[in-house]
Design a protein around this ligand. Structure first.
Ligand code: 13P
Ligand code: SF4
Length: 383
């Protein structure tokens, strides 16, 4: 989606894991070998100093040399080493959304990307286990698409304000109030809501799919993000409330940016390219050069040459952009998603070592079957 000005175009680390405590201890062994012990409630494992040094070097070569991991590098290396070993042993893969911390994305991620790419990638894996470093609706989507595999979410706190804003009964009420209007549902929703929907969309394909759906329909129900809905309605020249029936959901990260700050940055950085996620309110979108999902935004940065970029989205995206494009200049304007940041290397390790029943993401088969039809429709219409 290219829109905006020019285009008119808790955190509670290991919580939900409150039964799980991680501690690190440095100790020298009689042999003179330095070991870092990672102690969990479940098991203790150790890795040698030379293994940690090698892993540190690997992580540095991947770009994990920013100041924010300084002082924690050995700890991170010990965790990624162990996680990567366990992945092999258990035939597991890790899907990592771009809002995750860099040590997860670079250190242990097998599939990295936006919600569309991760859903698509999950379908192609031969692994027996998928650990989803993202939020629950993403893991649920992978579980729906891969009923024979075990899908885990490392933290029970990895929810999403959009997903929590709407329930299946709300969708049934909307359908009753607007008979015949197809329900187009953002992927940031529960399996039960997806099961009540006609077609799922992500930020990567919502515009394209809605265009196709409007070819045959005058009125469409778009849930749950009222800001994304309004932004899309503008792009498609549709009237919110009439052609597009919206729900009152918002993203707690994107709803709080301030357009006045964008104006200030533009004064200070001539030529600044401003990009915002499509979940931002319309006053933000009107002030930016590009609106899109995280995949589109990353491609925009890659394919343009602005003197500086202002990224109006979750902070993990900017961290990754800095690593991927070290020669480009990024200005910070971001907010942390407490749900995305609930996933840590520690709770990923715990999930692989000894997964609790609660972290196994399951969807009742009849719900999954209905939701899968709406997700498959997305793949078909997005192609
Ligand atoms: P993307 O699909 O654009 O990565 O968005 C997911 C999300 O949760 C944004 O807040
Ligand atoms: Fe949900 Fe917003 Fe977090 Fe994305 S950034 S997972 S939409 S709360």
């Amino acid at each position: 989606m290219r829109r905006g000005k020019d285009a008119k175009r808790k955190e509670n680390r290991n919580s939900g894991d409150s039964h799980f405590q991680t501690a690190t201890h440095l100790s020298c062994y009689a042999s003179g070998l330095l070991r870092i012990q990672l102690t969990t409630n479940f098991m203790t494992t150790s890795v040698t100093e030379s293994e940690i040094n090698q892993e540190s070097a690997r992580l540095m070569a991947l770009g994990l040399h920013s100041k924010c991991v300084e002082g924690r590098r050995d700890h991170i290396a010990a965790l990624t080493l162990k996680i990567n070993r366990l992945k092999k042993e258990k035939n597991a893969v890790i899907c990592a959304h771009v809002y995750q911390v860099p040590e997860i994305i670079l250190g242990i991620g097998d599939f990295v990307g936006d919600s569309y790419k991760l859903a698509d990638d999950s379908r192609g894996t031969a692994a027996d286990i998928i650990v989803f470093c993202g939020v629950r609706f993403m893991a649920e989507t992978a579980a729906i698409l891969n009923p024979s595999k075990k899908v885990y979410i490392p933290s029970l706190d990895a929810g999403c304000s959009l997903s929590e804003s709407v329930k299946a009964e709300d969708v049934r009420a909307l359908k009753a109030a607007h008979p015949g209007a197809p329900v187009v549902t953002y992927i940031n929703t529960s399996a039960e809501v997806k099961a009540e929907s006609d077609c799922i969309v992500t930020s990567a394909n919502a515009e394209k799919i809605l265009r196709r759906i409007y070819e045959k329909n005058k009125e469409v129900i778009f849930i749950p993000d009222k800001f994304m809905g309004a932004n899309l309605a503008k792009v498609l020249a549709k009237k919110p409330g009439e052609d597009m029936i919206l729900w009152n959901g918002t993203c707690v990260v994107h709803e709080h940016f301030d357009a006045r700050v964008i104006a200030l940055y533009r004064k200070n950085y001539p030529g600044l390219a401003v990009l915002a996620h499509a979940e931002c309110p319309s006053d933000i979108i009107n002030a930016v050069d590009y609106m899109g999902g995280t995949g589109d935004m990353m491609r925009y940065v890659e394919n343009t040459n602005a003197p500086a970029y202002l990224l109006v989205t979750e902070c993990g995206f900017g961290e990754l952009a800095r690593i991927k494009f070290p020669d480009k200049n990024f200005i910070a304007m971001c907010r942390l998603c407490p749900y995305m940041k609930a996933v840590t290397l520690e709770n990923v390790l715990q999930t692989l070592e000894n997964p609790s029943k609660e972290k196994l993401v399951t969807v009742p088969p009849d719900t999954a079957d209905k939701a899968r039809v709406a997700i498959e429709k997305m793949f078909k219409l997005a192609a």
